[in-house]
Design a protein around this ligand. Structure first.
Ligand SMILES: Cc1cc2nc3c(=O)[nH]c(=O)nc-3n(C[C@H](O)[C@H](O)[C@H](O)COP(=O)(O)OP(=O)(O)OC[C@H]3O[C@@H](n4cnc5c(N)ncnc54)[C@H](O)[C@@H]3O)c2cc1C
Length: 271
């Protein structure tokens, strides 16, 4: 496709990543402490080295392991030895990756924050076993891709009145329903999905589950032209059986976790 050029070469040559970071540093560094400035300098070095390796004809997912090696899939929570961490570091990370490659940033947030953040909540609130640690490591190393399934075709902004139904069994929970706009969905290995036991009482019956694709999740890619290197799905949960150890929050606790998680998750999306 022919692309019209509206910026002349002399100006284009100056729009380098290095120069953009110089402008960023001039404006933002006065508001940061020494640890934060050092963190930004390391991030900038990482971005400058990764930039020439980015092939814009390829999906963003090939870059996830590069982020993972440096602990840059997320920085809200402590993971391995990657320091510093915390909400401010996450916002700085998001700002830098957005400058480097905005589509990579969209994919990163969906996997590293929207899907992985609930794994930290799980253990914070007393979850046990190693299963979710394994999911967490796979997501944050960039070896596996994650997504979140809240939005449904007929619900949109209403994240409370879900129509996805959960049924409790001796082995775990069965999900039946549909999600839309699932960022990373068509490529995802893990789906952090919400459903309810009783559609008439979602607040007291919401479930949060980490669903592996192999449990039976089906996805169809939606055509979202503005982000061609990110895959966004219509997600079908047809009798998907989720074993107990993958149920992150049960019996209404899913509702608490959803809204608790939305605060850091939306801050991260904002950045
Ligand atoms: C590119 C993209 C990626 C996304 N990724 C994900 C994802 O990974 N996982 C996921 O679960 N969801 C995802 N979403 C869904 C997104 O969070 C929803 O689109 C959003 O919640 C709004 O839903 P909707 O688009 O159906 O709009 P609607 O809910 O139909 O809203 C339409 C308009 O009405 C307004 N409105 C709605 N309700 C009210 C109200 N009560 N009072 C006043 N105004 C109101 C809204 O502000 C909006 O302007 C994604 C969406 C997009 C576009």
């Amino acid at each position: 496709m022919f692309q019209e050029k509206i910026i002349n070469d002399e100006i284009l040559a100056k729009m380098s990543l290095e120069n953009i970071f110089k402008i960023f540093n001039d404006n933002v560094f006065p508001m940061l402490n020494e640890e934060e400035r050092k963190y930004c300098e390391e991030l900038q070095q990482f971005c400058i080295e990764l930039h020439p390796k980015i092939d814009k004809s390829k999906d963003v997912y090939v870059l996830f392991p590069e982020l993972g090696k440096n602990g840059y899939l997320q920085r809200i929570n402590e993971w391995k030895d990657f320091k510093p961490y915390g909400m401010k570091k996450e916002i700085l990370l998001g700002t830098h990756i957005s400058i480097l490659d905005p589509q990579l940033e969209l994919g990163r947030v969906a996997s590293g924050i929207l899907c992985a953040n609930p794994t930290f909540h799980y253990y914070h609130y007393g979850g046990t076993g190693d299963t979710i640690y394994k999911v967490q490591d796979e997501l944050l190393s960039g070896q596996k891709v994650g997504c979140i399934g809240i939005t449904e075709p007929e619900r949109g902004s209403d994240a409370v009145n879900l129509t996805t139904r959960c049924t409790k069994t001796n082995e775990g929970v069965i999900y039946n329903g549909e999600k839309v706009y699932t960022t990373n969905g068509p490529k995802a290995d893990y789906f952090c999905c919400y459903g309810v036991y009783d559609t008439g009482n979602p607040r007291d019956t919401m479930v949060q589950g980490m669903i592996a694709r192999e449990f039976g999740v089906k996805t169809e890619r939606l055509k979202i032209n503005s982000v061609p290197r990110v895959h966004i799905a219509h997600t079908i949960l047809d009798n998907v059986k989720v074993p107990k150890e993958y149920v992150l929050a049960d019996d209404g606790l899913g509702y608490t976790r959803l809204f608790e998680g939305l605060v850091p998750e939306r801050l991260s999306i904002m950045s």
